[in-house]
Design a protein around this ligand. Structure first.
Ligand code: SAM
Length: 277
């Protein structure tokens, strides 16, 4: 069955910081994918999950410093793929890692990741994915057991595996992401990554050396106690999907469960923070 999505074409002024704030707010409302352009942003959400009147209550729509207008249209999933192919360019993370689509030419990099995201989040274009990939490049994954929570396309689990991770699990609440992760792990010769559909209730009794969770502020605040429970002593937790203004709240919740803040990366006000157990 083909799912029906809504494509919103937002025109915003000034382009920055309005686009960044809009992406953060729409992400919290459940929008799954964003394509930035010269006038603003295309954003996609499943029609069945959406009530448009929420847009009137956003910070960007209510703040007189921003001008914003939008149109929307229904698109079928297959149309979305064509749209995505038009807009998806390969992304490099430093000199060592490239995330590209199957129809892009491979480059000479240490970690070449091929992703067909369809409607899943996680192409490396978003700041949070990019910073999480950077953390994976900067840290030792050799022989570590890894959880990628909120895996989207599975891109973080795939890079962790390519960096030498041992047992690796990838979980997403969304069926489409779960299926997409399964496809992408095969495509990248990482088929021993185990993918599951679900949430933190699946984590009972499990233990990991590293947990990667790029989700959003509210889910992270709710799930940090579960992550702390699942992290081996000496383990590392990487969290992203929230803004700099929420770092203190996230860090103090982690602190309350014995997880000590070590460092964070920042890009356009987004954060990817590292905690140690
Ligand atoms: C910001 S995307 C991150 C995707 C990918 N890990 C990346 O870094 O690009 C967040 C993902 O978390 C998933 N998600 C949202 N709430 C969740 C929950 N409670 N448990 C597990 N996954 C969740 C969404 O479906 C989405 O795929």
């Amino acid at each position: 069955m083909s799912l029906v999505y809504l494509e919103y074409d937002f025109k915003v002024s000034p382009l920055q910081p309005a686009t960044d704030i809009l992406i953060a707010e729409l992400g919290e409302l459940g929008f799954e994918s964003f394509v930035e352009n010269e006038t603003g942003l295309l954003a996609y959400i499943l029609k069945s999950e959406w009530q448009e009147d929420v847009l009137e209550k956003l910070f960007v729509t209510q703040n007189p410093n921003f001008e914003i207008s939008w149109t929307s249209k229904e698109i079928e999933q297959q149309n979305w793929n064509a749209e995505w192919e038009k807009n998806f360019h390969p992304i490099k993370v430093g000199d060592r890692c490239m995330v590209r689509a199957p129809f892009h030419e491979a480059d000479e990099v240490e970690y070449d990741i091929v992703i067909e995201p369809k409607m899943s989040f996680g192409t490396g274009h978003h700041e949070t994915t990019h910073m999480m990939l950077q953390h994976i490049l900067d840290n030792d994954f050799e022989g570590k057991s890894v959880l990628d929570m909120g895996c989207g396309t599975g891109v973080l689990a795939i890079l962790a595996k390519k960096r030498g991770a041992a047992d690796t699990e990838a979980i997403d609440i969304d069926e489409w992401c779960f299926l997409n992760t399964q496809e992408n792990v095969e495509r990248n010769d990482c088929s021993d990554i185990k993918a599951f559909q679900g949430d933190s209730s699946l984590l009972k009794g499990k233990k990991f050396d590293v947990i990667l969770a790029n989700i959003n502020r509210n889910i992270l605040l709710e799930d940090i106690p579960v992550y702390a429970d699942c992290l081996n002593k000496g383990g590392t937790l990487f969290l992203s999907g929230f803004y700099l203004r929420d770092l203190d709240a996230i860090s103090s919740k982690c602190g309350a469960y014995g997880l000590e803040f070590e460092k964070n990366l920042e890009k356009n006000n987004w954060v990817a923070a590292k905690y140690v157990n």
